[in-house]
Design a binder for this molecule. Structure first.
Ligand SMILES: [Zn+2]
Ligand SMILES: [Zn+2]
Length: 312
């Protein structure tokens, strides 16, 4: 690595400029004169620039190339002037050596801008993130036409499997795929859904009135659906049914469960639930009879929509 030695050299150059400016100040007897003060201030400025660019070179700071080139380009002529007028042997030689080193560093860094550019990997990472967030737009459930997000596995309203595509290459993903079969990218579970599931699960376990508990379990069920966890969703809807004291609310959850069962290919289980619901609430506010006739009529009336039955 050439950057560390260059960095040290520039820092040494900066320090030498400071020493030289004090030296000039004392030896040349220009203390107190306006010109002398200006010279010393100027040398301090050049020294400071060198120090900071030395630090940038040492750390290979991304994006610092232009600044380094500018301050090196400024300090080189002054190094030359300092060396040329130097009457002290010690100052002359250290100045000359550092000056040559700076010239070499300047030349080398000029042609190696790449050290101060973000690596391909970093750029790809940033672009990848942009692509992922750009892809995450709303879509429509093919079955119930609810608005769904692109990273949901199933529709939270009806349980229909949603098609997902690889965030990197755009290839369609199979349900439950861990890796993209086309480019091998890991399929990540959306972190925000997992967090919501955790939060809702904890809040459903809290010691709250049964009706609140029932509603929280129902919300948890929707999050499980978004994450494609059909069985867990059905489990928590069962709990929502168990905790509520109202038959209509219970029927509503039963129809919801039946909808999920129907859309995941378990029509028999769905029918059992719907019959129970109709029996419990003959006025059928929850729409069990409608769903039942849809199933008996061989799928939904929206034929374009029935979705791919899912096996799990
Ligand atoms: Zn839907
Ligand atoms: Zn892919």
């Amino acid at each position: 690595m050439i950057l560390k030695p260059s960095g040290i050299l520039l820092i040494a150059g900066g320090l030498l400029t400071f020493v030289a400016s004090i030296w000039v100040f004392i030896l040349e007897g220009i203390f107190g004169t306006t010109a002398g003060t200006l010279i010393v201030l100027f040398l301090f400025l050049v020294g400071g620039l060198e120090l900071s660019s030395g630090r940038s070179v040492w750390r290979a700071e991304i994006g610092s190339w232009k600044g380094i080139m500018t301050s090196l380009g400024l300090s080189l002529p002054f190094r030359a002037i300092m060396v040329y007028y130097s009457e002290d042997t010690y100052l002359f030689w250290t100045g000359a050596i550092i000056g040559i080193g700076e010239l070499l560093s300047f030349t080398f860094l000029y042609f190696n801008r790449g050290f101060f550019l973000p690596s391909e990997e970093e750029r790809a990472g940033v672009m990848g993130k942009i692509e992922v967030s750009a892809v995450k737009t709303a879509a429509e459930c093919p079955n119930c036409h609810a608005i769904v997000e692109i990273d949901w596995d199933s529709c939270p309203d009806c349980g229909t499997a949603l098609s997902k595509s690889c965030a990197k290459c755009g290839a369609p993903l199979e349900r439950g795929a861990v890796k993209c079969s086309s480019c091998g990218t890991d399929v990540e579970k959306p972190a925000h859904i997992l967090r919501t599931i955790e939060t809702l699960r904890a809040s459903a376990e809290e010691d709250v009135p049964p009706e609140t508990k029932s509603s929280r379990f129902a919300r948890l069920g929707e999050s499980y659906l978004k994450n494609g966890e059909i069985e867990k969703a059905l489990d928590v809807y069962e709990k929502a049914i168990e905790y509520t004291g109202y038959d209509r609310k219970r029927c509503h959850f039963m129809v919801k469960m039946a909808t999920i069962l129907k859309n995941t290919g378990k029509t028999d289980d769905a029918m059992v639930l719907l019959d129970d619901a109709i029996e419990m609430d003959p006025q059928d506010y929850a729409g069990a009879a409608k769903l039942k006739s849809e199933i008996l009529g061989g799928g939904s009336q929206r034929t374009e929509a029935s979705g791919v039955p899912q096996s799990s």
